[in-house]
Design a protein around this ligand. Structure first.
Ligand code: 5GP
Ligand code: MN
Length: 324
């Protein structure tokens, strides 16, 4: 963490100490890092100030419902006063969904994130693209806040780090990542319970969707690009939900020849959520930026507002052109 980030953390802590009505927002289609960071900081601020409001902007995936404090994430009253809003793991305001309205109303915004594409939309921006997860930044933040990291907070931080590093496998995993994880283990988290919830609780519909979708895997450029489309019809056939697509894209990237893995999810007729992963060479955040999305070099996403076959062609053209 460099000096300017440390300075921003200090300023943010002063602001938290001086603010009354504090709101934390999750983002749309939240993942383990978003919910883990949100709850860890939420629990810490609750310890410090006795109260915190956490805005639910989208459904929480069932594999994260075991997290301590998850009930604190609720729909909130937009007409209430908001002195300070904290955004975690979101690179831009649009990704906050309904949370954007809360942000625009807030007197001050603290933006804590690790995306390379972060737009620095806060009054205070704590953006560290070298951190493997926002939860890593939150770990430092809570220590600086002077709140002791108890088992509940540690569980949330560990979840954020584990999910964003693909269980300490992705290239963003650093020695610091392992050092923080070691500290969390020392605090006494139940890593077995966390791992079972995160990685060994796939529902049968999700398993069926996994098998079904991969049987339709398409590959391009001598199997360097792998793509799967998930239509709403496929969800119905397998009695599955969109969150049940978790794990498909990592599996595709796991194939030896694959450099770029792509999954298209039909959220609505002309609303296609695209996720991209790369292995060694391609910066997928650049590809997603072309469609107003963003993310990291090896993991990024965007939404294309076209019908699924058209969206597929658009994203494939961009992917293929990056190999030239
Ligand atoms: P996923 O593919 O799992 O949805 O997201 C991969 C990464 O890209 C995550 O870090 C996520 O925050 C980011 N990401 C996904 N979709 C979008 C998007 O539409 N806009 C931006 N800015 N980032 C996204
Ligand atoms: Mn993250």
């Amino acid at each position: 963490m460099n000096n300017s980030i440390n300075q921003s953390i200090k300023e943010a802590i002063e602001l938290i100490k001086d603010s009354d009505n504090i709101y934390i927002v999750s983002h749309v289609q939240p993942d383990g890092d978003n919910i883990g960071s949100t709850l860890a900081l939420g629990l810490a601020i609750k310890k410090l100030k006795g109260k915190v409001n956490i805005v639910k902007v989208d459904d929480i995936p069932s594999y994260l419902m075991f997290l301590p404090g998850v009930d604190m994430i609720k729909e909130q009253d937009i007409t209430a006063p908001i002195d300070l809003l904290i955004s975690l793991d979101s690179s831009d305001l649009d990704r906050l969904g309904i949370g954007k309205e809360f942000a625009l109303k807030a007197k001050k915004i603290i933006n804590i994130d690790h995306h390379i594409t972060n737009e620095n939309f806060g009054h205070i921006n704590i953006v560290s693209p070298t951190s493997a997860a926002t939860a890593e930044i939150v770990y430092d933040f809570i220590r600086e806040l002077g709140i002791s990291i108890d088992k509940d907070i540690a569980t949330c931080i560990y979840t954020g780090i584990s999910t964003d590093t693909g269980s300490f496998v992705y290239s963003n995993t650093s020695s610091r990542t392992h050092l923080i994880a070691a500290e969390l283990l020392k605090i006494g988290i139940d890593a077995e319970l966390i791992n079972i919830n995160l990685y060994q609780s796939k529902s049968m519909p999700s398993a069926k969707l996994f098998i079904n979708s991969l049987s339709h895997l398409e590959t391009y450029l001598d199997d360097k690009v792998g793509l799967v489309s998930i239509t709403r019809e496929m969800l119905m056939e397998n009695n599955a939900k969109m969150e049940d697509t978790e794990g498909i894209i990592s599996f595709i990237r796991g194939i030896d020849t694959i450099e770029v893995a792509c999954i298209l999810k039909e959220m609505d007729e002309e609303e296609i959520k695209v996720s991209l992963r790369s292995k060694k060479h391609i910066d997928v955040s650049k590809i997603c930026r072309k469609f107003n999305g963003g993310g990291h070099i090896r993991a990024a996403g965007c939404t294309i507002y076209e019908e699924i076959s058209k969206a597929k062609q658009l994203i494939l053209d961009e992917i293929i052109s990056t190999f030239r």
